[in-house]
Design a protein around this ligand. Structure first.
Ligand SMILES: [Zn+2]
Length: 93
């Protein structure tokens, strides 16, 4: 039975987005375009384990917060390091 309230989510991706949003203001790379931002996201996600979870809407925040407590330090570290990589060597001219 398919329920419209059910969602398959990668919590790691949600938290990487959140970390990038927070750190983006302080990102001092030459280029701050969408491409660079997505490159940062891709690099960070490639260094982190995915965390797929099926939730219905009401459950998302409780589950996400508990996972966040476990992994947020790692996520922040990987996003900061991905920002350094893209800053040194943007993938476009
Ligand atoms: Zn760029």
């Amino acid at each position: 039975m398919i329920n419209d309230n059910m969602h398959l989510k990668n919590f790691t991706e949600i938290l990487v987005d959140e970390a990038i949003n927070k750190l983006w203001i302080n990102y001092d790379g030459k280029c701050k375009c969408d491409r660079c931002r997505m490159d940062i996201k891709a690099i960070a996600l490639n260094h982190l384990p995915p965390k797929y979870t099926v939730t219905d809407k009401g459950e998302v925040f409780a589950k996400l917060n508990s996972f966040k407590n476990q992994i947020y330090v790692d996520i922040t570290k990987e996003v900061v390091s991905a920002m350094e990589t893209v800053k040194r060597k943007p993938s476009h001219e």
